[in-house]
Write a protein that binds this ligand. Structure first.
Ligand code: M6R
Length: 609
């Protein structure tokens, strides 16, 4: 949700550096983009509506030489996506400039107070109050003015600012929104996601908890939220540069779909013991005794991570016989939840920055629950604040539609299930069978991807239809929800997900020959039931695409098209069924010509709640 990139250092091409950095962040928001550089005491700023590519196209070969610049790509919250509302924003003297990610909750009150003092605002954004307030407090000591202003701001934010009178420093603040500082040779980079400066440096420090840093080309001076100086230790980023390029794929989403044999293997690596038929999850930092004491599990997430959580709930209840409550974070945080003793919470978030999930996690922690994060980004807020984290090891996921993160989340939930089940209900032999099913997955995924042509053919056949139902039962219901979400978000097609048994309680009224039903038929327990459900829909002329395991002969006379997937245990079949669903959505979107990696109105990390 908004991307920030900043540079200060020895090189005179700061503008190019920040715009290039911004290109790697535009999945965070792409309503508008802008930069400002300081050159010979003057601010040079350009803003454009639309993606960073628009900003880049407007750059001439003769870029203003500058060695300090900041840039921003916006996901609009307050104010329309116009050039005026685009960042960077300035104080009314044009002495200082700010880029901001997050929301200033008390912007109205601050704006009113400043307007009464005669300060003139130019935009409709909440963000503009930041430079205006700092400008108002500035009496020569920039750090003091920033500290005073930050003390007045309510909400979540990451800020980078630059002042004409202080041409050799950038000041950064991070409160509940991510900000990483990359340390180079006589140069520093600042970004919302550390991978954006990976080609320049792998040495990074993260700011959080209202920390403020004064960044010069060779030094970083950091302060906590109470203005007390602190020492920040740097760490080395463990990401390969090639993992953030599209390679030979036309879209990140397709690349990430095809990465899944590898990402699933990575998620499994050294996390199970064949010999004992159990999972090894040392990262949990919990003893067997502590795990055994757990009486109840709460799983939290949003979007795809919520769907993975739902499947985790099914797995844990089925195999480990522990009561599980799965909640959408944005609802849970306002429910005043009742937390009993020995409750474990599992917060799932690819980015580790989803505001609602972080807020729900904090609520749970305050009420005494222990939190495990399932997350893809080291150093993220979730990873830092959870008691322990299991990392997906999926590599950066750039496509806004989550694909490989989903399947890796399922692997980690399956491993947690195995660990709990082996302590309670599962025999060693059953544990070994479970592991065997897990380790077959990468090959099975490859075999699905080998038949991607057929999925594309089916997708092309139905790409012009406007109404889809995605149906499943038991393990296949959350899978259907995930499939429908993919189609909605990248192809802009109305896709409703239902448990198949619910159709006759109302939605069947919508079924006719213009309605496409994508049926997930891989759950062994409910297979006969979904056949009946599909017969009822066929009788109403609905067109049926079935995703089903090998040997599902009964479907040949019911479905119009069938995508066959390998057989596995019910707990893991959602993972295999997700692959055709992802690829189907991708192909429909491609056929319809929509923006696949950056769908309209969306952003990769939702850092506002
Ligand atoms: O980073 P998170 O996993 O917390 O993100 C949660 C959702 O915003 C995310 O899964 C979203 O629904 C994706 N666009 C789905 O493809």
């Amino acid at each position: 949700m908004c991307g920030i990139f900043g540079y200060i250092g020895r090189r005179p091409e700061a503008v190019k550096l920040v715009v290039d950095g911004l290109k790697l962040l535009d999945y965070r928001g792409y309503d508008s983009a802008g930069y400002v550089a300081l050159s010979e005491g003057k601010f040079i700023s350009v803003k454009k509506v639309g993606k960073v590519a628009e900003l880049e196209a407007s750059l001439s070969d003769l870029l203003t030489p500058s060695n300090i610049a900041i840039a921003h790509t916006r996901w609009a919250t307050h104010g329309k996506p116009t050039e005026i509302n685009a960042h960077p924003h300035f104080d009314d003297q044009s002495s200082l400039t700010v880029v901001h990610n997050g929301i200033i909750e008390n912007h109205d009150a601050i704006r009113e107070m400043l307007q009464k003092k005669g300060i003139i605002f130019s935009s409709e954004t909440d963000s503009e109050v930041i430079p205006q307030l700092i400008g108002y407090y500035y009496k020569g000591d920039l750090l003091k003015a920033v500290q005073k202003a930050v003390g007045k701001l309510k909400g979540a934010f990451a800020i980078v600012l630059m002042h004409k009178n202080h041409p050799d420093e950038l000041i950064c603040v991070a409160r509940e929104c991510p900000l990483a500082i990359g340390i180079g040779k006589e140069e520093m980079f600042i970004a919302s996601d550390a991978h954006a400066f990976l080609t320049h440096t792998k040495k990074v420090i993260y700011l959080h908890s209202s920390e403020i840093a004064v960044i010069k080309r060779e030094t970083i001076e950091a302060f906590d939220g109470n203005a007390v100086p602190i020492t920040k230790e740097s760490e080395d980023l463990d990401i390969d540069v090639e993992k953030i390029s599209k390679g030979h794929f036309p879209h990140y989403m397709l690349k990430e779909i095809y990465e899944q044999p590898q990402s699933v293997s990575n998620a499994l690596l050294s996390r199970y013991s064949d010999e004992y038929g159990t999972a090894i999850l040392d990262e949990l930092g919990m003893t067997d005794e502590e795990l055994y004491k757990i009486q109840r599990i709460i799983i939290l997430g949003c979007g795809t991570s919520f769907h993975a959580g739902l499947l985790g709930g099914y797995m844990l209840e089925e195999r480990a016989r522990i009561p599980v409550q799965v909640e959408i974070s944005s609802e849970f945080r306002y429910k005043n939840p009742i937390i009993q003793e020995n409750t474990l919470a599992i917060a799932i978030s690819q980015s580790g920055e989803t505001a609602d999930t972080i807020a729900a996690m904090r609520e749970l922690r305050e009420k005494g629950a222990k939190i495990i994060g399932i997350c893809n980004v080291q150093g993220s807020t979730l990873a830092r604040e959870a008691n322990a984290s299991l990392f997906l090891r999926a590599g950066p996921e750039i496509g806004v539609a989550s694909t490989k993160a989903f399947t890796s989340q399922l692997i980690l939930l399956a491993l947690i299930t195995l660990r709990f089940a082996r302590m309670r209900t599962m025999s060693q032999k059953e544990g070994k069978d479970f592991i065997n099913a897990l380790t077959c997955l990468p090959t099975q995924i490859r075999s699905i991807l080998d038949h991607a042509d057929l999925i594309e053919k089916i997708a092309n056949k139905y790409a012009s239809y406007e109404n889809f139902f995605f149906l499943g039962r038991r393990f296949m219901y959350p899978t259907a929800m995930e499939g429908a979400l993919k189609l909605k978000e990248i192809a802009y097609v109305n896709a409703n997900a239902y448990p198949a048994g619910e159709m006759k309680h109302g939605p069947i009224a919508l079924v006719d020959d213009k309605c496409i039903i994508v049926a997930f038929c891989s759950d062994s327990v409910t297979y006969p039931k979904i056949l009946n459900d599909l017969m009822e829909l066929k009788a109403r002329n609905g067109k049926i695409i079935a995703i089903a395991p090998e040997g599902s002969r009964e479907l040949f006379s019911i479905a119009d098209d069938i995508i066959i997937i390998p057989r596995t245990i019910d707990e893991l079949t959602p993972l295999l069924a997700a692959l055709p669903a992802q690829h189907f959505a991708y192909c429909v979107a491609k056929k319809r010509g929509t923006e696949i990696d950056k769908p309209r109105n969306l952003a990769k990390s939702v850092t506002v709640g």
